[in-house]
Design a protein around this ligand. Structure first.
Ligand code: PMV
Length: 383
């Protein structure tokens, strides 16, 4: 049995605009997705999810990772999968990224990773010549690099960068090629993440990510932002209205195709995100809140808010430093940055929303259990 978990995330600034290469900032939140996997029966048997047969088309995130890390041609054992999520799905809290990151960690822990004196013999990374963004070819299933090596197992085989790049690749597949790495990187590394079109002075740079989207090539520089130590909370208000990310991202893309001059609004969101990131770096939470509210007004102008979100934003505004919708919008969640979490949560509930209080920037992916690994010995001989 292997158990892995990853947190959800809230985007503080820059959703939608980040798909077009503009800056964005997100924090990991306390609520997590936990996934457990164990082997059942012989190779080739039907996989089970929550005790019933796994249907690949219904679970594209899990299927995309299975293809990359647990390929049938390697005589992989069948799995029983169980998911325990404290995150509502299609609500803007990164539940699919958290699921993908946790599942990629679980599969990697269960299969292990071959390494030798030169480094990884298998795995996915932007630095090595392994491509998680394309359907894997036979023999390349685990990001094949070279033969041999000894095997790292369980927790020791996990790499946050690998979990993040695989989750990004899967999100891009599911969102028809339009996905930024903001969700995948934030939930994998935890803490607070800034994506930018440039290197940001004074911040720790993690890596670059590239993606060819239907609108052109994108490049994001991914940075780590120190989380301010301040008595400040995020209160999440869930409208309860289901709103899948892919649909909202496509809606913005169609609007920009029809009215290209509205790219100015996307660029303005980018400037607000940069100011917000600066305020966060300086620990000026009052300024962070102001930027959040400004960002919300632009998102509303883009047409990705909804009456339900506006209702909760209005209710929380009285007790908050800043309020905005978070994630792709259309429904899902809003967030309030506040020093009065109890009053803010009550105001959201009174207005008909469900509230969740969270701290900012909790820990990222982790393996909670790794008994009896590896689950099988992959085809390439260990030396
Ligand atoms: O709704 P969520 O949590 O999936 O947020 C997605 C953020 C977007 O900017 C709308 C899309 C993306 O890939 O960055």
């Amino acid at each position: 049995m292997v158990v892995a978990s990853a947190p959800g995330k809230c985007i503080l600034f820059g959703e939608h605009a980040v798909v077009y290469g503009e800056p964005a900032v997100a924090v990991a939140i306390d609520q997590r997705v936990t996934i457990s996997i164990k082997t059942h029966q012989k190779p080739g048997a039907t996989w089970k999810l929550e005790g019933v047969p796994f249907i690949a088309e219904k679970h594209p995130h899990l299927e995309g990772l299975r293809k990359r890390l647990w390929h049938l041609s390697e005589q992989t054992p069948s799995l029983d999968i169980a998911i325990n999520s404290k995150l509502p799905s299609a609500a803007g809290l990164g539940s699919s990224a958290a699921l993908s990151v946790a599942f990629s960690a679980a599969l990697r822990a269960a299969r292990g990773r071959r390494v030798d004196e030169k480094g990884w013999c298998e795995g996915f990374s932007s630095e090595l010549k392994t491509d998680p963004y394309n359907e894997p070819r036979r023999g390349h299933e685990a990001g094949f690099i070279r033969n041999g090596g000894r095997r790292l197992l369980g927790k020791d085989a996990i790499d946050e960068d690998e979990c993040a790049i695989l989750a990004h690749a899967i999100e891009a597949e599911v969102q028809k090629g339009r996905a930024s790495p903001i969700d995948s990187s934030t939930v994998s590394h935890g803490g607070c993440t800034l994506l930018s079109d440039d290197f940001e002075k004074g911040l720790d740079w993690r890596y670059s990510r590239q993606l060819s989207t239907p609108e052109g090539k994108r490049n994001w520089e991914v940075h780590d932002v120190p989380v301010p130590q301040d008595d400040v909370w995020l209160v999440i208000g869930n409208t309860g209205k289901y709103s899948p990310t892919g649909k909202m991202v496509e809606r913005v893309a169609s609007m920009l195709a029809a009215e290209p001059e509205r790219m100015n609004e996307i660029i303005t969101i980018g400037s607000i995100a940069r100011r917000g990131a600066d305020a966060l770096k300086k620990g000026n939470m009052e300024a962070v809140g102001i930027c959040m509210t400004e960002n919300h007004l632009l998102l509303r102008g883009l047409g990705v808010s909804s009456p339900e979100l506006e209702n909760l934003v209005k209710a929380a505004a009285n007790y908050s430093l800043g309020v905005k919708l978070t994630g792709s919008g259309g429904g899902g969640c809003m967030i309030a940055l506040t020093r009065e979490p109890k009053q803010t949560a009550e105001a959201i509930e009174l207005a008909g929303g469900r509230s969740i209080v969270t701290s900012l920037g909790t820990s990222g992916v982790r393996i909670d259990d790794d008994e009896n690994v590896p689950f099988w010995t992959p085809g390439v001989a260990d030396s």
